[in-house]
Design a protein. Structure first.
Lengths: 258, 76
């Protein structure tokens, strides 16, 4: 067995990934005839992951598929092993995306969720439950909006949030309400995430983009759901993924003004 | 054949992102005599090297007879 424990995990994973990308090139160049020619003589009854009886012919195509299956099985094993460790509470790594309306929080969250295999929780859903709990009045909100417009409504929302440490945030609107939720509803959010939420090791990623630009592009609809260039993990979130690995507490503020 | 190649490329690309998110300490945690994550990854790198040789040799020889590696389990 490779004595791997002296080597750093990212180096091992990087080597493994790059080696397999090289193998993918090699595999792509193999002619179909070579892949699918039945071979009477083989040792896949001994060396394969899912073996082939010695008295049955085998193909190279099968051997390659078997290699990939074996690889996927061990990746699942590693993810299961380490999820177990996370479940022990030894590590908390929730990511909180902060930002104004239309910044792309949900889109980035979805990509991040897929990339990391972690559940995505929308605080907006929590927000409305919480507002109602503390006396939010739908009728009053409608009236305020009619009289004073969206900004007045935002102020009404803001007045419901007891925590106001929004001076570090680029936009008080959504950011303050979400920050309030993080601070005051940590228990509920943590339930929704299925893991304990401690604020210290949590990432705060502020994705903020000019709302006007989004609006002009999409005529009031959310451009993030319409596809297009922003359907990529922002570089800062790739960085967040990397920082997560170290397990150290971070506040990560990123700009997404592009 | 491109589908196998694409499958491998997609698998390692997606897996690497998730694997890199695992903190170093967790990759060394061992339970009940099982392999830790680093040992599994070491095995996967061995497996890549072994199969690299097999995929190349399979194009030069008629049979698919290859020397067994010394893995106690999880061969391939």
């Amino acid at each position: 067995m490779t004595q791997a424990s002296d080597e750093l995990w990212p180096a091992l994973v990087g080597l493994w990934r790059d080696y397999n990308l090289h193998l993918a090139h090699i595999i792509a160049a193999i002619p179909d005839e070579t892949l699918r020619r039945p071979r009477a003589g083989h040792s896949l009854d001994r060396i394969a992951w899912q073996t082939v009886p010695a008295d049955q012919p085998a193909m190279l195509e099968y051997l390659i598929g078997d290699y990939i299956g074996h690889l996927q099985d061990h990746v699942r094993q590693i993810l299961a092993l380490t999820r177990q460790a996370v479940g022990d509470g030894s590590m908390n790594s929730s990511i909180v995306l902060l930002g104004p309306v239309s910044a792309g929080k949900s889109t980035q969250g979805r990509l991040l969720s897929a990339a990391l295999g972690r559940p995505q929780v929308s605080l907006d859903e929590e927000r409305w439950r919480y507002y109602r709990e503390i006396g939010y009045d739908d009728e009053l909100a409608r009236e305020i909006r009619q009289r004073g417009g969206f900004l007045a409504l935002v102020m009404y929302w803001g007045s419901l949030i007891p925590i106001q440490s929004s001076d570090c945030l680029p936009n008080i609107t959504t950011a303050s309400s979400i920050l309030g939720l993080v601070s005051t509803r940590a228990g509920r959010i943590s339930n929704a995430c299925g893991e304990p939420l401690r604020l210290t090791p949590t990432f705060f990623c502020c994705c903020h983009r000019r709302i006007e630009r989004n609006r002009s592009v999409s005529s009031g609809t959310r451009s993030s759901s319409a596809g297009g260039p922003e359907l990529r993990l922002q570089p800062a979130l790739s960085t967040a993924t990397e920082l997560l690995r170290t397990g150290a507490p971070h506040d990560l503020h990123s700009r997404n003004d592009a | 054949m491109s589908s196998l190649s694409d499958s491998l490329r997609a698998t390692v690309g997606a897996a690497a992102v998730r694997l890199l998110a695992i903190p170093e300490a967790e990759t060394e945690a061992r339970r009940d005599g099982e392999w830790c994550a680093k040992e599994v990854m070491g095995h996967l790198i061995d497996s890549a090297a072994n199969n690299h040789a097999r995929f190349v040799r399979a194009q030069l020889q008629d049979d698919l007879v290859f020397p067994a590696t010394t893995r106690a389990r999880g061969s391939a």
